[in-house]
Ligand binder design. Sequence first.
Ligand code: SF4
Ligand code: SF4
Ligand code: FES
Length: 257
Amino acid sequence: MVQINLPSNSKVQKGTYYKDKTYSKNIRKVNVYRWDPSSGENPRIDTYEMDMDNCPSKVLDLLNKIKNEIDSSLAYRRSCSHGVCGSCAMNIDGKNGLACTKAHAEIKGDINIYPLPHLKVKKDLIGDLSGLYKQYESIEPWLKTNTKVEDTEIIQSKKDREKLDGAYECIMCACCSTSCPSYWWNGDKYLGPAVLLQAYRWIVDSRDDERKERLKKVADELKLYRCHTIMNCTSACPKGLNPAKAIAELKKMLATS
Ligand code: SF4
Ligand code: SF4
Ligand code: FES
């Protein structure tokens, strides 16, 4: 029988326990994954007792409070705080989501916060998305037209515009791709739901003249057909989008073209 052991420096250890100093009667424990590659130490889980009477409602507010008031060394990404930029995506209470839109009141018991799964960790809650961005670049996510249209709008019918609904809203947060088992195991070759949804967005855009070439580019055993319709991606999307359906549409287009 094959025996697989994790390298000892990858084992997550118990970290520091930060006791509440405010004497609050409304305390919750927040467990946060910590890892600093420059320290040479193992990853650890630090626990913070949080005064919930003085904390706004979202998980991002908890992290901001930890960083501002308890432990300034905590690293995480955020920008808009309104579910628009996608940068605060992380694994919260066992599910991928946006820290700025997830209410901590929805979580029962201790609040567990980890980086997005199956990414290399850069530091603490920051996953390395460079591979995903390279894949995004590979689908050439910009309008390609054969006609010169520098000064005028390219008109779309209402019906054609509606074809972009469910795709243009994607904020590239990567919650879907990092919840997809096929992407976990083949992330270097399989494009994954986030990038395939974007590929679909340009393929169905009536203003684009490279539909055929774009379709041909994704028609690949590894890039597209590694999707086995497990649907984790769709249930993970914090914007309520359905990347699995877009992938199925791409397969249908290829089967009928
Ligand atoms: S439907 Fe496809 S893309 Fe979505 S989680 Fe499943 S395998 Fe991944
Ligand atoms: S489809 Fe949803 S989960 Fe995936 S990148 Fe776009 S917004 Fe994020
Ligand atoms: S901070 Fe922009 S989506 Fe959360």
